[in-house]
Design a protein around this ligand. Structure first.
Ligand SMILES: NC(=O)CC[C@H](N)C(=O)O
Length: 231
């Protein structure tokens, strides 16, 4: 299996994502610059966190127009796995690949902290290794993580089981609607989340709870492709 980690000017979690893939599942992974116009060689695309284009206008609002994003849209249509983390989630909502938007945290401050997440849906390619309702420890680091969508969209998210993670036990750090920390598209192959699983892949980092997102993706890909265990 081969992963792409997108790199925009201002990305700062690209190396963490690359290392997480290498260390947790040992699969092939490349950094892919934002001007790239061909992602056909990749099975999964990670859109990492950071401050793409300095967060000017709105987080993700400029990155969404990068040439590589047309390829990300194409990859999503082809059913490839796409995971946007933090700024990556913001970019995917700006690009219209995921519904809703990320607004300033309701306390208007950047928050960098450990958070407890509840796995709201383990029936996805990204979360199958967790138990439904499991509480996991994954850090956040954002200024605009306040997920917003209108009532109609929220009803659709619930009806289609698209809410993947919630901040556990009403410990909502940023004001997100319905404690939402991560969602998927309707098809389930695109997920965006504000917390950082790639920063929780070793006890040295304080938690290993993010590892199973990467093993879940690999398992889903193997299931889809009937691939041999070590391919
Ligand atoms: N860690 C991140 O990706 C931060 C995203 C964005 N710059 C924000 O502050 O909300």
């Amino acid at each position: 299996m081969k992963f792409a980690v997108l790199v925009f000017p201002g990305s700062n979690c690209d190396i963490d994502c690359y290392k997480a893939v290498e260390d947790t599942i040992g699969q092939k992974v490349d950094y892919v610059w934002h001007t790239t116009t061909d992602l056909s060689g990749y099975d999964a695309i990670l859109v990492p966190g950071g401050f793409s284009y300095g967060d000017y206008l709105r987080c993700g609002a400029i990155a969404r127009f990068a040439p590589v994003m047309n390829e990300v849209v194409k990859a999503a249509e082809e059913g490839k796995f796409i995971l946007g983390i933090c700024n990556g989630f913001q970019i995917l909502t700006e690009a219209g690949l995921l519904p809703g938007a990320l607004r300033r945290n309701n306390g208007m401050k950047f928050i960098c902290d450990q958070t407890q997440l509840e796995v709201a849906n383990n029936n996805t390619a990204f979360t199958s290794e967790y138990n439904e309702g499991e509480i996991i420890n994954i850090p956040i680091a954002h200024g605009e993580g306040n997920y917003y969508c209108d009532d109609e969209t929220l009803a659709q998210l619930k009806a289609n089981n698209q809410i993947v993670f919630r901040y556990a036990g009403n410990t909502n750090p940023n004001g997100s609607v319905d404690n939402i920390a991560g969602i998927s598209n309707e098809r389930g192959n695109v997920v965006g989340m504000m917390p950082h699983p790639e920063r929780a892949v070793d006890q040295l980092l304080g938690s290993e709870d993010g590892k199973r997102m990467f093993t879940s993706i690999l398992n889903a890909w193997r299931e889809k492709n009937g691939a041999a265990v070590n391919s």
